[in-house]
Design a protein around this ligand. Structure first.
Ligand SMILES: [Zn+2]
Length: 54
């Protein structure tokens, strides 16, 4: 997993896999810890479940 959670400024979904196809690389917010009660990216969760989250 990535060392931080990222969210596009235009979205309310948080990503945590740097190999996610939608991983924010510009205009994003970051949090060091899992944002409680917030939506998580379904692709990131799928990658984590298949042990493919980088
Ligand atoms: Zn994602």
């Amino acid at each position: 997993m990535a060392s931080e959670y990222r969210q596009h400024d235009t979205s309310d979904v948080w990503h945590f896999c740097s190999n996610c196809s939608d991983w924010p690389t510009a205009d994003f917010s970051r949090e060091p810890d899992k944002p409680e009660g917030r939506a998580l990216c379904s692709e990131c969760q799928s990658k984590r479940d298949s042990d493919n989250c980088e």
